[in-house]
Design a protein around this ligand. Structure first.
Ligand code: NAD
Length: 508
């Protein structure tokens, strides 16, 4: 195993120079984070909170200017507050070159959207890697720059990034002295709890072909690994965090495999829920019963209208694309996607079963974002469902005070109306669909809902988030996913159902 340098390959067993180690341990790191979206900004802010000096870089001039004023243009609980708290160690710029020259470590956290063939589009990562190479060409560095890729990228991208940094160096024509080390450090944070997940991760994965790079990353993340940073949470949720070191490609694969597994787990319970519906079983009970088995675990077992978002769809597609490169078939992943596509259609089917035709029917979609506590609409099932309902002649009103104003809605506003009050969305509606399981829906006044809706009112609970009995008691027809029509013989009432709903609300 080697690490890349223009002046040749150094042995992988090199360690950081003692003087450098003394400085980074006592004074912290100088860090650049390229890409200041959900991942880059959360990463940069949390690293500043650990005591490092961080500059977040983005090509979006307006975003950088807003961040410089202390505002984040998307919804992420707790992030703005943490930014303000660490403002003296956190800076924002569009200028990558000077930051790269001065930094000990540069993170790449740019978007890697799904390309036309399903494979990840690496053009943003490639542009950054090349720019890093160009910036390095004139840097007079005493130590190698550690380039850490946090963007989700296909297996082999570490080598690709190394190649592009070298290309950048060569293009600039003065690269003989520049050293760099490439690391893969996949990100597992969840939107809606990005700060918590960054400070209290389940694990830190670092893939590198160089011991020096791993050592630098271990020092960088020491406060997280040892959970020694200041926090208001008492007791801390974690005592220590596993630091997992692998080669580059295995780290890249860990990210894809993790997301593909979680997506498969949800599709699995959805498959079971459809059989439950036919056989009269309640999938919430079944999920609870199997989830208590520690080998299975209770999370990601919420049946409903399926997974979406900015990561699962593109990462599963990218993993399938990687396999295709090797002419390898992925029947399990193919089925994961097929089951998920079918779940969306089951929402339409449930509405049709009750309303017969959807033409001229007013349908309220409750929340738009792909999951609670975020305004992210990338890959959101809501928009797909709304489009389908529109094609079938329905009138769609969406309630979402957080995501409803986002520019990302784009042309969706042509066929759906957005309101900021749930009761306004439900007024005169023939049916309502819970698309995203925000906590607030458990607190709705269902009697008031029933009085506002067309008679007989219908609720499709796309996330099995509610207590069906509570909704039915208000005179509303309730249709969940895989919950059958009956009540479990073992149902001990409100508390247990609330408990099940709570687990559903925990879904990621
Ligand atoms: P994002 O779209 O929110 O942010 C990406 C940012 O990168 C944007 O602000 C964009 O302007 C900037 N950018 C793109 N090209 C650039 C360039 N050449 N120079 C400077 N800035 C550039 O994306 P995100 O959600 O933060 O995701 C980033 C990566 O992390 C993706 O690969 C994603 O798959 C992965 N990831 C995302 C999440 C998540 O929950 N969002 C979780 C884990 C991993």
């Amino acid at each position: 195993m080697v690490w890349m340098t223009l002046s040749g390959c150094r042995a992988s067993t090199s360690t950081p120079k003692p003087r450098f180690v003394r400085r980074i341990v006592s004074e912290g790191f100088d860090i650049g984070v390229v890409g200041s979206g959900y991942v880059g900004l959360a990463t940069g802010t949390c690293l500043a909170h650990l005591g490092h000096r961080v500059t977040c870089i983005d090509k979006d001039v307006r975003l950088v200017s807003r961040l410089g004023e202390g505002h984040i243009p998307f919804y992420e609980p707790g992030l703005e507050k943490l930014m303000a708290k660490n403002a003296d160690r956190l800076h924002f710029t569009t200028e990558l070159t000077s930051v790269t020259r001065e930094a000990d470590v540069v993170f790449i956290a740019v978007d890697t959207p799904q390309g036309e063939d399903g494979a990840a589009d690496l053009s943003n990562v490639a542009a950054v890697a090349r720019s890093i190479g160009q910036a390095l060409s004139e840097a007079n560095r005493e130590r190698p720059l550690v380039v850490v890729n946090k963007s989700t990228v296909p297996v082999g991208s570490g080598a690709y990034i190394s190649m592009l940094i070298q290309d950048g160096l060569e293009e600039a024509g003065n690269g003989e002295e520049a050293d760099f080390l490439v690391v893969s450090n996949p990100e597992f944070l969840r939107e809606g709890s990005a700060v918590y997940d960054s400070l209290f991760p389940d694990r830190v994965v670092v893939g590198a072909d160089s011991r020096e790079a791993v050592d630098v990353m271990r020092i960088l993340y020491k406060p997280i690994i040892e959970q020694s940073f200041p926090t208001e949470l008492d007791p801390k949720p974690k005592v220590a965090v596993p630091f997992v070191t692998t080669d580059l490609v295995s780290a890249e694969m860990i990210k894809y495999a993790a997301n593909a597994f979680l997506a498969t787990k949800i599709s699995f319970i959805n498959e079971v829920s459809n059989v439950c519906e036919l056989a009269g079983a309640d999938v919430a009970d079944v999920a609870y019963g199997i989830g208590l088995d520690e080998r299975i675990g209770s999370r990601f077992l919420s049946a409903g209208l399926g997974w979406g978002g900015s990561c699962f769809p593109k990462d599963v597609a990218a993993l399938r694309a990687v396999a295709r490169e090797y002419e390898h078939e992925t029947p399990l992943l193919d089925a994961t996607v097929a089951v998920n596509d079918r779940q969306r259609k089951r929402v339409i089917l449930k509405l049709q079963q009750e309303l017969h035709t959807l033409k001229g029917k007013r349908i309220a979609l409750l929340r738009l974002s792909f999951k609670p506590k975020t305004d992210d609409l990338r890959g959101a099932p809501s928009l797909e469902i709304a489009r389908d309902l529109d094609r079938r002649g329905g009138r769609i009103v969406c309630y979402d005070p957080v995501a409803g104003g986002r520019k990302a809605m784009g042309s969706a506003t042509d066929f759906l109306k957005v309101v900021f009050d749930p009761y306004e969305a439900l007024r005169e509606a023939h049916a309502a669909v819970i698309v995203t399981e925000w906590e607030e829906f458990r607190e709705l006044d269902w009697e008031r809902v029933a009085s506002l809706m067309q008679k007989p009112p219908l609720l499709v609970d796309g996330r099995n988030a509610l207590n069906p009995e509570r909704v039915r008691a208000a005179g509303i027809r309730y249709r969940g996913f895989g919950r059958g029509e009956g009540q479990s013989a073992f149902d001990s009432g409100e508390a247990r159902v609330a408990n099940l709903s709570y687990r559903n609300l925990e879904r990621d």
